[in-house]
Design a binder for this molecule. Structure first.
Ligand code: GLU
Length: 588
C-alpha cells in the first residue's frame, strides 16, 4: 500500500511530486509528505490527512530533486509525526511496506545513540542509512537493505548526493523517463509525464539523477533493465459527470464486460487454455477481498465445465494451508492490481509446487503478470475508487469465457446482451436509493441468496461494509434458520436476492421466516412472478431485467454496488476513500 514518488529533473520537484502523489492517493491517504534537496540541504513538509493538505506548504520546498509519500499506516497512528518522509542526519526516507524486525533494529540503534521521533517501523531505515553511510549512498542502501526483514519500496535523499536512491523488495518500484527522471510505486503516477518505464526487479537498487538512472542488483553489480514505451496505458480522467469515481466505475461495468469479451476473443489461445483446464488434476483459485468473491463465482462456473475439483482459497491463508497442487494443477490468481502481496505469495507457493499459473488481472504490467505462465486480462481500465466494482464484473466476465474456453462466441453474445441490461441498471438510482436508506436506518444488514446468488450476496455485503461502515454479512439463505435468525428483529434488514426460478420457492421461505420475526426485507429479483408475489409483502422490491440464472450475477452485483454507493453518500461518507482502507494492498 502507500505511494512513493521520486523526481530528479529540471522542473521544480515539489510540484512534480505533488502531482504524482495525487495520482497515487488511492493507495493510502492517512498522511502525505515531501522532501526536496537544494544546495546540500533537505527541506521537508508532511502532515496527516490527504495529499491536498500539502498544497499550501509546497512553496517552502526549493530544488529540482525530491521524494514524496502518501501513507497507509501499518505501525503508528496516522498523525503528523508518523507521516513520511523520516529524516535522520543527512538522509530523508520514504517507505512503502513493513519492516518486520524494526523493534530490534530500533533498540540497537537507540543503544548506538540514535533518537527516534516517530512510532513507525520505517524510521529505522533513515537511521540505518545514517549509520552505514561512508560517502557512497548506494552502498549505504545496500547495507541497510541487508539488515531489513519484511517488504519495502524505499526512496532516499542524501544531502551529499545530487539525486535520490531507490530500493525494492516485495513492493513495486517503477522508473520512468520523460521530462526528467521519475520513480513511483505505480505507473499511474508516471502517465502523461514519462514516455518510457521499467519495473525494477526484486532486490534492485537504483540511483536517479538529473542525468538518468544507474541500476544495480542487491550486491551492487550494475544491471540493465528493459525500458518499455509508456503509450498504451490510459490514465484515469476524472469523475466525468459523476460526483464520485465509485459511481463512474459502476457505470463502466457494461463497458468492462464488452472490452473483456473483445480482448478474450481476440487475444487468448482458446484451444491451449481449454486443453490446460481439461487436463488439470485440479483447479485452485487464490485471491483476497472482492477478487476472492469473484473466485467463488469462478468455482461454480469452472466447476460446472470441467471434471476436476475446483476450489477457491483466501490468499492470506494459503501460506499456512497451501492448496495441495501438483504439476498437473492450474492455479488462477485473481487480483485487480496484480500487486496484492497476499495473492502474489499464494501464487508463488502454487507455482513453486509445480502448478501452471494463470494471472487474472486488470493491470498488464503488474507483478503477477511477470510471475504467471499465462495472463487473462480484465479490461476494466484504471479503477480509482478503493472499493472494487467494475474489476469484479470484469473478473466474472473472464470466468464465464474460461468456462467455455473452446467455443466462447455464444457465451460472449449472451454477455454482451447482459451488458446492455447492466448499463440500464447502473444508470438508475431510484430503487438503490430506497434500499440504501433502509440500510442506513438498520442496525445490521444481511445479504441472502441461494445457489450462485450467495456469491453476489457475499460481495454485496463486503461493498456495503467497505464504503458505508454499516455492519453486514452475506451468506446462504438456508443458513438463516441455523443460527443468524436469532439476530433478526425490526432493526435488522435482510436483502434477499432471487434470480433462479428453481430456487425461488425456497428463497420465499426465508423471506417469510424473516417477516415472521418482524425483520425488514428488501427483495432484489430478476423474476417477474416472484416480484409480483412479494412486492406487497416486503418493505422494498426491485425488479431487475430478466436474465438467465447463470448471467444474473452481473445484474444483481451492479444493483448491490449501487446500494452500497448510495448508502455511503446518504450517510455523508466519501465512497472513493473509505477510512482505514487503501487500494493495491502491497503489504502481507
Ligand atoms: N509501515 C510504514 C508505516 O506505517 C509504511 C506503510 C505504508 O506502506 O504506507 O508508516
Amino acid at each position: 500500500m502507500c505511494g512513493i514518488v521520486g523526481y530528479a529533473g529540471r522542473n521544480r520537484a515539489a510540484e512534480e511530486l505533488f502531482e504524482g502523489l495525487k495520482k497515487l492517493e488511492y493507495r493510502g491517504y492517512d498522511s502525505a509528505g515531501i522532501s526536496t534537496a537544494d544546495r546540500g540541504e533537505i527541506f521537508t513538509v508532511k502532515r496527516s490527512g490527504m495529499v491536498e493538505g500539502l498544497a499550501p506548504l509546497l512553496k517552502g520546498l526549493p530544488g529540482t530533486v525530491g521524494i514524496g509519500h502518501t501513507r497507509w499506516a501499518t505501525h503508528g497512528a496516522a498523525n503528523d509525526a508518523n507521516a513520511h518522509p523520516h529524516v535522520c542526519g543527512a538522509f530523508s526516507v520514504v517507505h512503502n511496506g513493513i519492516i518486520e524486525n524494526y523493534a530490534e533494529l530500533r533498540e540497537e540503534l537507540t543503544a548506538a545513540g540514535h533518537v527516534f521521533s516517530s512510532q513507525t517501523d520505517s524510521e529505522v531505515i533513515a537511521h540505518l542509512l545514517d549509520y552505514y553511510y561512508d560517502g557512497d549512498l548506494a552502498d549505504a542502501l545496500r547495507l541497510t537493505c541487508a539488515r531489513l526483514k519484511g517488504c519495502w519500496a524505499i526512496a532516499a535523499l542524501c544531502t551529499h548526493f545530487d539525486g535520490f536512491a531507490v530500493a525494492r523488495r516485495a513492493s513495486p518500484v517503477i522508473l520512468g523517463e520523460g521530462e526528467g527522471y521519475f520513480a513511483a510505486s505505480d505507473i499511474y503516477a508516471l502517465i502523461g509525464r514519462a514516455h518510457s518505464y521499467c519495473v525494477l526487479e526484486e532486490g534492485d537498487i537504483a540511483l536517479v539523477t538529473h542525468r538518468g538512472f544507474t541500476i544495480y542488483d542487491c550486491h551492487l553489480n550494475p544491471v540493465s533493465r528493459q525500458f518499455e514505451p509508456l503509450k498504451g496505458e490510459k490514465g484515469e480522467d476524472g469523475t466525468g459527470d459523476c460526483p464520485h469515481y465509485m459511481l463512474k466505475e459502476i457505470r463502466q461495468n457494461a463497458r468492462t464486460m464488452r472490452a473483456t469479451c473483445r480482448k478474450f476473443l481476440s487475444s487468448v489461445d482458446r484451444a491451449a487454455l481449454h486443453s490446460r483446464l481439461q487436463n488439470a488434476d485440479k483447479i485452485v483459485m487464490v485471491g483476497c477481498g472482492t477478487a476472492y468473491n469473484a473466485a467463488l463465482a469462478g468455482v461454480r462456473l469452472l466447476g460446472g465445465a470441467y471434471d476436476c475439483p475446483v476450489s477457491a482459497h483466501i490468499a492470506s491463508e494459503a501460506r499456512y494451508d497451501p492448496p495441495r497442487v501438483t504439476d498437473r494443477s492450474v492455479c488462477i490468481a485473481v487480483s485487480q492490481s496484480g500487486e496484492t502481496a497476499d495473492t502474489l505469495k499464494a501464487a508463488a507457493i502454487c507455482r513453486e509446487a509445480g502448478a501452471y499459473l494463470i494471472a487474472m488481472t486488470n493491470v498488464g504490467y503488474s507483478a503477477i503478470t511477470r510471475m504467471a505462465h499465462k495472463v487473462l486480462p480484465v479490461c476494466a481500465g484504471p479503477e480509482v475508487c478503493v472499493a472494487a466494482t467494475k474489476s469484479y464484473i470484469g473478473q466474472l466476465t473472464c470466468f464465464h469465457l474460461m468456462s467455455v474456453a473452446l467455443s466462447p462466441d455464444k457465451r460472449a453474445e449472451w454477455l454482451l446482451s447482459a451488458a446492455d441490461d447492466v448499463a440500464k441498471i447502473a444508470s438508475c438510482g431510484e430503487y438503490a436509493q430506497v434500499i440504501a436508506r433502509m440500510c442506513i436506518d438498520s442496525r445490521a444488514v444481511f445479504f441472502l441468496g441461494r445457489g450462485a446468488d450467495v456469491d453476489v450476496a457475499v460481495e454485496g455485503s463486503l461493498k456495503l461494509k467497505e464504503v458505508s461502515y454499516i455492519f453486514s454479512d452475506g451468506y446462504p439463505a438456508g443458513e438463516l434458520k441455523h443460527g443468524t435468525l436469532a439476530l433478526v428483529d425490526e432493526s435488522v434488514l435482510s436483502v434477499v436476492l432471487i434470480t433462479d426460478d428453481g430456487l425461488a420457492e425456497k428463497c420465499k421461505n426465508a423471506v417469510e421466516q424473516i417477516l415472521s420475526r418482524s425483520g425488514k426485507v428488501a427483495v432484489v429479483t430478476t423474476l417477474r412472478q416472484t416480484y409480483d408475489e412479494l412486492k406487497d409483502r416486503v418493505h422494498a422490491a426491485w425488479l431487475l431485467p430478466p436474465a438467465p440464472a447463470h448471467l444474473s450475477h452481473f445484474l444483481t452485483a451492479t444493483a448491490l454496488q449501487l446500494v452500497a454507493y448510495h448508502a455511503a453518500v446518504l450517510s455523508g461518507r466519501n465512497p472513493d476513500k473509505p477510512r482505514n482502507l487503501a487500494k493495491s494492498v502491497t503489504v502481507e
